[in-house]
Ligand binder design. Structure first.
Ligand code: S3P
Length: 450
């Protein structure tokens, strides 16, 4: 392991284009694979999680090739997927798949496998093997998939984990009211719904990211969206739109947006980034905190299916904020970096109902609490009617510290921004985990630091 030294930053300046959004990229590859002809995807991010989705689809018999692109506006890969159709995925060799650490790949692919007439077993990497699976297994079982997985007691309740096996086929539709707000679960059920008899509906109490619905519509699927529910019906084929361009990753951009807001002497332009309303909760919160953020060139139909635009951000004086439990799904992946922003803001911040953070690549409540406390932040986790709340009483400045990434990409990137804003040199134990979502994070950051 290589320790990483972080010196305080004087500021940052520049203009950046990001590779495509990770969540949209997973869906673009999976739904293209299920379509009936060729799809060319531009700006596909070359991170470990998205490459893991491509690898799994290849093991299921889908012909996919990719190459680097020279397009500076869309720096991701050019991926060509030769769709196999909804019913033609092939049983993987010896019936086995390995999905290293990508939770989105695992949960979405389970939805696809639920509709396939074969049996497959899925092994996963260490950290993914500790993430809860009952939330997906349960609705897919109700639809008729036969899933077995490792069961462990969690307090008085039992929970299920990978490795698991699935025998798909013969699905019936369900009306499923989700007990936890999860776009991965919603997507797994909708993907299975493409092969189920009747209309499959998912009811959400709080809206989660809607990339699956948008992408399915783009491919001609009969998706119906009502206030709190989304439904889909089986169809003969998904029609390729020919080409898809994935807008830049707003979650990757969030680290730079907060950095530009909290560092002195900073201004930053981010081009062609995803501005899907179900993902930009953290922009709304940062603006409420006093962040100087402007959106320009908003295009509601960027590449026909997802909104995108440019973000301008500059040094700001932030104040504390209250984040309601209802807002959490729209900023779930940005909570660690928002905790850094709150640590540098004036006054108290309260993050309501953030318990789901315990089930990410690591327990992100604990990873952020312990590291920010080391930097001198008064941070508490308290039980509440929303589950768990995090309360931050910001100090006037952050102290340098020896920090731990807990092998989690978003914890590591958040801590690097916190350490750059601290008054002295900090050390982070590991940065290799960042490759999971954003292998170019450090080089992008170095290029704009002044
Ligand atoms: C994702 C959904 C969220 C998010 C994850 C990506 C997706 O997870 O945290 O990084 O692409 O659907 P949950 O569905 O568990 O909330």
């Amino acid at each position: 392991m290589c320790f990483f030294l972080i010196r305080p930053a004087a500021g940052l300046r520049g203009r950046i284009c990001f590779s495509g959004d990770k969540s949209i990229a997973h869906r673009s590859a999976i739904i293209s694979a299920l379509s009936s002809s060729k799809v060319v995807i531009s700006n596909f991010p070359a991170n470990q999680d998205c490459l893991s989705t491509i690898e799994v689809l290849q093991k299921l018999g889908v012909d996919i090739c990719f190459r680097k692109s020279n397009n500076k506006r869309f720096p991701g890969l050019l991926v060509t997927v030769h769709g196999k159709g909804l019913k033609n995925l092939k049983r993987p060799q010896s019936g086995r798949l390995f999905i290293a650490e990508s939770g989105t790949t695992l949960r979405l692919v389970l939805g696809v496998l639920a509709g396939c007439n074969f049996r497959a077993s899925i092994k996963v990497g260490r950290s993914l093997g500790r993430r809860p699976m009952l939330r997906v297994n349960l609705p897919l079982r109700l639809m008729g998939a036969k899933i077995t997985s490792k069961v462990r007691m969690k307090g008085a309740k039992s929970e299920e984990y990978a490795p698991l096996t699935i025998q798909g086929g013969g699905l019936k539709s369900i009306n499923y009211k989700m007990p936890v707000a999860s776009a991965q679960v919603k997507s797994a059920v909708l993907l299975a719904g493409l092969c189920a008899k009747g209309k499959t509906a998912v009811i959400e109490s709080v809206k989660t990211r809607d990339h699956t619905e948008r992408m399915l519509k783009l491919f001609g699927a009969p998706v119906e969206i009502k206030k709190n529910s989304v439904s889909v019906e089986a169809l003969d084929k998904l029609v390729s739109p020919g080409a898809i361009t994935i807008p830049g990753d707003i979650s990757s951009a969030s680290f730079f947006i907060v950095a530009a807001a909290v560092f002195r002497n900073s201004s930053l332009i981010i081009k062609n980034v995803s501005l899907n309303p179900s993902r930009v909760g953290f922009l709304r919160v940062l603006k409420r905190m006093g962040g100087k953020i402007r959106i320009k060139k908003y295009n509601n139909k960027f590449s026909r299916f997802e909104p995108a635009g440019d973000i301008f951000v500059s040094t700001s004086r932030l104040s504390g904020v209250n984040i309601s439990a209802k807002q959490v799904p729209s900023l779930i992946d940005e909570l660690p970096i928002l905790m850094v922003a709150a640590s540098l803001a004036k006054g108290k911040s309260v993050f309501h109902g953030v318990g789901e953070l315990r089930f990410k690549e690591t327990d992100r409540i604990e990873s952020m609490r312990s590291n920010l406390a080391r930097m001198g932040v008064d941070i508490k986790v308290v039980p509440s009617k929303y589950g768990e709340d995090v309360i931050i009483n910001a100090p006037s400045e952050l102290y340098a510290a020896i920090l731990r990434s807990f092998n989690d990409h978003r914890t590591a990137m958040s801590l690097i921004i916190a350490a750059l804003a601290a008054r002295d040199e900090s050390i982070l134990d590991d940065v290799s985990c960042i490759d999971k979502s954003f292998p170019d994070f450090l080089s992008t950051l170095k290029a704009i630091l002044i």
